[in-house]
Design a protein around this ligand. Structure first.
Ligand SMILES: *[C@@H]1O[C@H](CO)[C@@H](O)[C@H](O)[C@H]1NC(C)=O
Ligand SMILES: *[C@@H]1O[C@H](CO)[C@@H](O)[C@H](O)[C@H]1NC(C)=O
Ligand SMILES: *[C@@H]1O[C@H](CO)[C@@H](O)[C@H](O)[C@H]1NC(C)=O
Ligand SMILES: *[C@@H]1O[C@H](CO)[C@@H](O)[C@H](O)[C@H]1NC(C)=O
Length: 170
């Protein structure tokens, strides 16, 4: 019984060590975070709205025992569903990002960059790209080509991230 406990602890320790993938984000004061904290969003409204998607994505991440697993299509799909839900929810509620980890395209892009540099896995762009929801009626979108919309959106997110950084440093 005791040996089993020791072996379990040892396994957990070793498994923890293998998960070395670090997602480098320069938004706010977060700096670089490990994948296990990637969905650690504290906003309670988002936790309610996206609980099922984000819990399942969290479980998918937690079940990984190596970095490769963190970058598979299945893992990315789960993460994207969680991020997409938060992104759509924020747009529906017309709220700015409460947390740089919530519905953030830069974060997904950085995640794929970490997959490439960390374990040489190229994540398909389709599994790391947030879509504007059907009910999107923001200041941009209509009349813009998809490419322009994407660039405008990224610019808006960058500005948003900058605003968060300013708040954080106050
Ligand atoms: C995901 O896991 C992290 C770390 O265990 C936890 O802090 C966070 O609350 C979890 N998020 C969700 C949506 O379950
Ligand atoms: C991952 O998804 C991409 C695009 O959907 C596909 O081309 C690729 O074969 C998939 N990779 C695996 C390992 O299933
Ligand atoms: C992550 O995003 C930040 C902000 O856009 C950028 O400066 C940084 O180079 C990115 N890191 C990676 C690994 O892509
Ligand atoms: C990375 O993966 C690509 C495509 O699978 C392969 O051609 C390349 O040799 C790999 N690079 C390294 C450093 O393993």
């Amino acid at each position: 019984m005791q040996l089993f406990a020791i072996l379990t602890a040892l396994f957990a320790l070793l498994a923890g060590r293998v998960l070395a993938l670090e997602i480098a984000i320069n938004i706010g004061d977060l700096g670089s975070i490990p994948a296990t904290q990637f969905l650690d969003v504290s906003d309670s409204a988002l936790q309610v709205a996206c609980g099922s998607q984000c819990t399942s994505a969290n479980e998918t991440i937690a079940a990984c025992t190596d970095d490769n697993c963190l970058c598979t299509n299945a893992t990315m799909k789960a993460i994207l569903q969680c991020e997409q839900c938060m992104f759509s929810t924020l747009i529906a509620e017309n709220r700015p990002m409460p947390d740089p980890l919530a519905g953030n395209q830069i974060l997904l892009t950085n995640y794929t960059a970490a997959c490439l540099s960390g374990v040489n896995v190229t994540v398909p762009a389709s599994l790391a790209t947030l879509m504007t929801p059907d009910n999107w009626d923001g200041p941009f979108g209509q009349g813009l080509t998809p490419a322009t919309t994407a660039i405008t959106l990224i610019a808006a997110l960058l500005v948003g991230g900058g605003a968060i950084a300013v708040v954080n440093t106050m």
